[in-house]
Design a protein around this ligand. Structure first.
Ligand code: PMP
Length: 326
């Protein structure tokens, strides 16, 4: 999309997304803010990158063989990326999603012919059918099944260490002071953060979490507290997961559903950027952190997916009112 080449394969279009300076929503900030537009990946999110990497490394070492089934739990975006990989490479695909997953994502997965299993998120984490327990169980039950396990398999972080990290470094000409990105599985912040710290350990890595998730309290106190329900898709978790690499994180900012959703709506109206709720959380945190930085500081931030997945929720006044968020 961004060069004059004709691609031989849709999978070659994954990654190499544009980095764009935000000039409007940032008015008055002492720093520059550059956003990585991950919704321009073929399936519309940063998770296309990990889908491709997780499938290709497993093919290489024989964990995944022709005709096998891929199984994963996903907030919807990894599922979309894996659907593209499965269709292009001839695998079956089953995905487990939370019941709060937006209708748009579920409709898209249906259009792609994916076998979707919806999980009741009111079940406690220790319940055998809870979001994080059901998939390992299905992995044992389903024949010829490869479960990449994006929440615990650090090949997820590697995908971003090898892809988005070097891209941001190059696109910023090596002049970057702060990275702000969301933390869901932790792959993005872990992989990009690790790459940037290796180039320059002074780069500040800021992870964005959502109110209700246990990540922030764990980062600050070393204790896993009690999770609370939240609506934002893609960020946070109710317990600790293997891809959450706190060693590269300097600061965590926890954002409420309300602030994240309103910031996403502001981005649409002020920048013309149609991005999802996690990008709203990221810009909210970036503006907060940015206000405290010295003049001329250069910040890169990650917008993980598109508003098109949340038109019936975040961008719908009736839904927002129903959730008491307007
Ligand atoms: N935003 C959205 C919309 C996502 O789907 C995800 C993935 N869960 C993230 C942010 C966070 O990315 P990561 O899993 O790499 O931490």
């Amino acid at each position: 999309m961004h060069d004059k080449r004709c691609y031989d394969d849709i999978l070659d279009v994954i990654g190499n997304t544009p980095l764009v300076r935000l000039n409007r929503i940032t008015v008055g900030l002492p720093c520059q803010v550059h956003a990585k537009l991950e919704f321009l990946n073929p399936m519309g999110s940063s998770k296309d990158r990990i889908a491709k990497h997780l499938v290709e490394v497993a093919e290489k070492d024989g964990r995944l063989k022709p005709g096998d089934r891929i199984l994963e739990n996903s907030s919807g975006n990894t599922a979309m990326g894996l659907a593209l990989l499965a269709i292009q490479k001839g695998y079956e695909l089953t995905v487990v999603v939370r019941d709060r997953t937006s209708k748009e994502k579920l409709d898209q997965l249906k259009a792609l012919g994916v076998d979707v299993r919806k999980v009741d998120t009111s079940l406690p984490p220790e319940h055998p059918d809870s979001y994080n327990n059901i998939t390992p169980r299905l992995a044992k039950e389903l024949p010829r099944c490869y479960f990449p396990d994006q929440h615990n398999n650090r090949e997820n972080n590697d995908a971003h260490y090898l892809g988005m990290g070097p891209e941001i470094w190059d696109q910023m000409d090596g002049r970057i002071d702060v990275l702000v990105a969301g933390m869901g599985t932790g792959g993005t912040i872990g992989g990009v953060g690790r790459f940037l710290k290796e180039q320059n350990p002074n780069i500040k890595i800021v992870a964005v979490d959502v109110e209700g998730s246990i990540f922030t309290e764990y980062f600050r106190t070393g204790k896993v507290g009690k999770p609370a329900p939240y609506l934002l898709e893609g960020l946070g978790d109710e317990f600790l997961i293997g891809c959450a690499d706190f060693s590269v994180i300097d600061e965590m900012v926890q954002v409420s559903d309300r602030d994240a959703f309103h910031a996403a709506r502001d981005l649409a109206r002020q920048e013309g950027l149609l991005v999802g709720g996690s990008s709203g959380a990221v810009i909210h945190a970036a503006l907060q952190v940015g206000r405290t930085l010295p003049v001329g500081t250069r910040m890169a931030i990650v917008f993980a997916d598109s508003a098109s997945r949340y038109l019936s929720t975040i961008f719908n006044d009736d839904w927002m009112r129903e959730k008491n968020l307007l």
